[in-house]
Design a protein around this ligand. Structure first.
Ligand SMILES: *Cc1c(COP(=O)(O)O)cnc(C)c1O
Length: 375
């Protein structure tokens, strides 16, 4: 069996959710779109269902997957319906929908639901992606409030630059949102992971944490949060071959790394087809048998190569950890080293076998490797 696997710590996921909700001060939508950012939506939803107020997904397909797996909790379609003929499914499966475009309001006006719908009305407060203009928002708020087909309304908006702690754009967006909801007495929702972790002043009745549930930092630097979040995924594999290189010999495609001195190279069964970044540079940290060493050579589709010159005990079968909880390199650190984000890194994970570690009290990840970091 191929040794590449992602260990998913469901207890850490639960802890991170509870932290997010505490920081938000109200209720929290656990955002598990994109297959729970690569962690497996159904398993994550089952672990969170006893404690989560609601789940957030990107589209009806993701919502139906959860319903078919028996998830009964509220599910919010973060982009709303993408075609009007999804409305009967939203109705039948008791989904919550965002309304973010005038065409969605028109489609809803023509639809007769079996029971009143719960909707989240989205304001464009400055991101200029989805959401209604302040004028359309005010009009829709008034119309929907008087509409017997609508059970309840949450007023929401989304922040474009909350991961930039030195930008004033978050305060500008917040002011636009507050002005647009001043006369609205229902619940509000603002606040993704960077807002919850970096902007403690932002409170709303509902927050919508995604990335932080998985223990990764939404900031370029994770320093401020690495002690409060628990990384959920440990990505690992094993050495499947060992090579001795003479000085001047190169390894892998494009001969990107040439050994300056005689070296031992370990070949790891994990590559970019598993989601490891293809552009990871020479020197990206990799932990072999609990000791931090470095990637050398270009990452290939199914394999990557590491320097084990200083690890004479390492051989075929040695455990290799690509990322995990501290003191292992974290997903955020690897993302930064590879010029990508923790979001893209985690969402990209595929093909590797997922193994789930139980909720509270059970084993946690990070115990399999007692990593030592280089000085
Ligand atoms: C994805 C998403 C979130 C979660 O964002 P994170 O930065 O991962 O916390 C929140 N709200 C909306 C509308 C989203 O699309």
């Amino acid at each position: 069996m191929r040794p590449a696997r992602a260990l998913i710590d469901l207890g850490a996921l639960q802890d991170n959710y509870l932290l997010a909700r505490r920081l938000g001060g109200g209720k929290a939508v656990a955002v598990i779109k994109a297959d729970a950012y690569g962690h497996g939506a159904v398993r994550c939803a089952r672990a969170l269902e006893p404690i989560a107020d609601a789940f957030g997904v990107a589209c009806i397909e993701e919502a139906l997957e959860l319903r078919q797996a028996g998830i009964r909790a509220p599910i919010l379609l973060l982009e709303g319906f993408l075609e009007a003929d999804e409305l009967p499914l939203i109705d039948r499966h008791r989904l919550w929908t965002v309304l973010a475009s005038p065409w969605q309001l028109d489609a809803l006006a023509r639809y007769r639901p079996a029971a009143p719908l719960q909707v989240w009305l989205k304001l464009d407060s400055g991101m200029h992606r989805l959401g209604l203009s302040p004028d359309d928002f005010a009009r829709a708020l008034q119309q929907l409030s008087a509409d017997p087909r609508i059970a309840s309304i949450v007023a929401m908006s989304h922040l474009a630059r909350a991961d930039e702690l030195d930008s004033d754009f978050t305060d500008i967006q917040r002011a636009v949102f507050e002005a647009a909801t001043r006369d609205f007495h229902g619940p509000t929702s603002l606040g993704n992971s960077p807002a919850l972790l970096g902007w403690p002043g932002i409170r709303s009745d509902w927050v919508r944490p995604g990335l932080m549930l998985y223990g990764a930092s939404p900031f370029p630097l994770e320093a401020p949060i690495r002690h409060v979040l628990r990384p959920v995924m440990q990505l690992e594999s094993r050495l499947i071959a060992v090579r001795a290189l003479a000085a001047g010999e190169a390894v892998g495609y494009g001969a990107r790394f040439t050994a300056p001195v005689p070296m031992r190279i370990g070949v790891v069964a994990l590559g970019y087809a598993d989601g490891y970044p293809q552009l990871a540079p020479n020197g990206t940290p990799v932990v072999v048998d609990g000791v931090t060493t470095r990637l050398v050579g270009r990452v290939s589709m199914d394999m990557l190569t590491v320097d084990i010159t200083e690890l004479p005990q390492a051989g075929v079968g040695s455990q290799v950890v690509l990322w995990g909880p501290q003191p292992l390199p974290t997903p955020s650190q690897i993302a930064q080293a590879c010029g990508t984000s923790g979001y893209a890194l985690l969402c990209g994970i595929k093909r590797v076998r997922r193994e789930y570690l139980g909720a509270a009290g059970a084993a946690t990840i990070g115990q399999t490797a007692s990593a030592s970091l280089p000085g």
